[in-house]
Every structure is written in C-alpha cells, then in structure tokens.
Design a protein around this ligand. Structure first.
Ligand code: UDP
Ligand code: MG
Length: 321
C-alpha cells in the first residue's frame, strides 16, 4: 500500500507553542503533552515556533523532532516577538483546531482536553483563565487585572484573562485574525470581530521553573498603546467614513458660523473696510472639513480593498490574512 506523505495527512488538532530561549523547558513540555494528546485519539501535530532563540532551544527542538515525527519546528530568523511567532505558527498549522500554549511550562497541557470539550459545546474560541496565577501581585497580577477589565469593557467580550496564551481556536476563526505588533493579548477581542462564539475555562497555572520571563513592567506601557490600536481596529476599521465624518462636523459647523458672521458684518456695514479674517477663517474651516471628509472616503476605499483581497485570497486558497 502506498504510504500517504506526511504533509497530506489530515490533522485534527495543532498544538502551537511559541518559544524564545526556553532550552530548559521544551523537552519537558513535549514529554508532558504527548500522553495527554495521545489520550484524545485524534490526529495531532505539535508546532514549536522558535522565535529567534539564542540559547540551545533550537538544538533541543531538532532532537525532539528527530524522535517524534508529529513535532514540527518553524524557525524565525530573529526574535520577532510572541505575536509574530503565533502568526507564523497559525500559517503552518494544518489542524481543524489550534491550541496555543506557552513554552515555559506555566500553562499545563493537561488542560487541553478541557478547552476542546468546550469547543464541542459549540464555541469557536475558548480562552484559558488563570484564576489562581502564580506570579507577584504588584508587578504582574494587578496591572493584568486592570488591563483585562479595560479590554473586556472596550471590546465587549466578557472574559477575565486575555493574556493567557492557553487558548483554543477553530480554523474558521484563526485564519481571519489580524495578527501584528503585539496584538496577541487581544486575540479574543479581535476574534469577536469575526463573530466568533467565545468563552473561557479556568486553567491551571504554574510558576516558572526554568529560564526567565521575557517581559518586565515596560509591558504596561505597550499594552496601553496597543489598547488604542485595538480601539481603532474594533470600531474604526470597518467604518472609517463615520469617524472622519464626526471629526469634520465641528469644523463644518464653525465654518458656517464664521461665514454667517462675516455676511452679517458685511450687510450691516457694506461700506466698511474689507474683511480678511472672517472670510479667511470660513474658507479654512470649510476646507479642513472637506479635507477630513475626503480622508474618510479614502480610508473607506482602503478598507474595502482589504476586504476584497482577503476574500480573493480565500477563494484562491491563500492564507487569507
Ligand atoms: N515568547 C516568544 N517570543 C518573545 C517573547 C516570549 O516566543 O519575544 C514566548 C516565551 O518563550 C513563552 C511565551 O512566549 O513561551 C510567554 O512568554 P513569557 O513566559 O516570557 O511571558 P510571561 O509568562 O512572563 O507573561
Ligand atoms: Mg511565562
């Protein structure tokens, strides 16, 4: 019987792990995950995305890969950050479902079946909730609670822990996620843009045993900046004309007021000195509102082109991002 080439075999589940300098963890993670995944009785693959590690991570992954053909390794040329690592992994994932997981053993592979059970109930995104986080309160848990509340409020997705990497996605969702910069923290919020049915499940969390965290307090600032970007993506990307229209309105109204003032001044004293300021201001204000409106139309055109290209990519079988 001819053997089916590895790449052509259907895969039910892809487990996706971004790793950056985790040489002390990858082997143990693989060893912990395999029995859990085998018990699921599905065709699975485990994708490690090596995000430009400079320690022995890549050698360790190559060794795991040699021993287990279900493991695939994607190596990025330099350290691009967790979001890009995840995006690369999603591009390579062949499964109908993808579970993402930290590579440092802080997430527990034993929670994977739990997330999949939730998906069986009809959810397309299941987000892990580290209710009992094993991290310092002031530098980690407090900023995280504040950020999570804010993201939940802005996005209208009522979950507690956006930052947990342990999540499960249906293919129909992750193929459409706009992933760039550091948007991985907002994935459930972004998934809500695609209309995904989203829920959460309480998962275990362990302190880091090997290696160091890649983030410090500077993350707080980045999250705040990204929140603004999220706000734009969520509410602006589909309807830019409205935003620019709203911006243009006060200028148009003050232009009209200036114009009326100028006309009133002229008709009350037609023989007075020639007016410069009021007609000038009227012209500038109208011009500004017209400029903003045109920008809105232009942005709408760009957004529409993006949507059309995404559709086209899907029809042609491209990655659809
Ligand atoms: N990570 C990555 N690229 C980076 C930073 C982190 O792939 O630039 C990986 C890291 O190896 C780990 C996961 O993302 O598997 C989460 O990182 P970390 O544990 O440092 O974050 P924390 O748990 O402290 O929030
Ligand atoms: Mg960690």
């Amino acid at each position: 019987m001819p053997t089916v080439p590895e790449a052509a075999r259907p895969v039910d589940l892809s487990v996706l792990v971004p790793v950056y300098n985790e040489e002390g963890n990858v082997r143990a993670l693989h060893a912990e995950a395999v029995p859990v995944l085998d018990r699921l009785r599905l065709a699975w693959e485990m994708i490690f995305v090596d995000d430009g590690s400079t320690d022995g991570t890549h050698a360790a992954l190559a060794e795991i890969r040699r021993e287990d053909a279900r493991v695939r390794v994607v190596r990025l040329r330099r350290n691009f950050g967790q979001t890009t690592a995840l995006a690369a992994g999603f591009d390579y994932a062949r499964g109908d479902r993808v579970v993402t997981l930290d590579g440092d053993l802080q997430n527990d592979p034993r929670d994977i079946p739990l997330l999949l059970e939730k998906m069986d109930e009809g959810y397309e995104v299941v987000s892990g909730w580290r209710r009992d986080r094993k991290e310092p309160f002031l530098t980690r848990r407090l900023p995280s609670v504040a950020a999570n509340r804010l993201i939940a409020f802005l996005s209208g997705v009522p979950i507690h822990d956006f930052g947990c990497t342990l999540k499960a996605y249906d293919r129909s969702v992750f193929e459409r996620l706009p992933l760039y910069a550091e948007t991985h923290r907002f994935l459930p919020a972004l998934a809500s843009l695609t209309g995904a049915r989203t829920t959460e499940a309480v998962v275990r969390h362990h302190p880091r045993r090997f290696g160091r965290s890649k983030y410090g307090l500077s993350r707080v600032g980045k999250v705040l900046v990204d929140l603004l970007a999220l706000q734009m993506i969520l509410h602006f990307s589909t309807r830019p004309r409205r935003w620019f229209g709203a911006l243009a309105l006060p200028f148009a109204l003050s232009g009209a007021a200036c114009g009326a003032w100028a006309a009133a001044a002229y008709f009350s004293r037609p023989e007075g000195p020639p007016m410069i300021v009021l007609p000038g201001a009227t012209f500038l204000l109208f011009f500004l509102s017209f400029f903003l409106l045109s920008l809105g139309w232009f942005a709408e055109l760009v957004a529409a082109t993006g949507v059309r290209e995404k559709r086209l990519a899907r029809v042609l079988g491209g990655p659809g991002r």
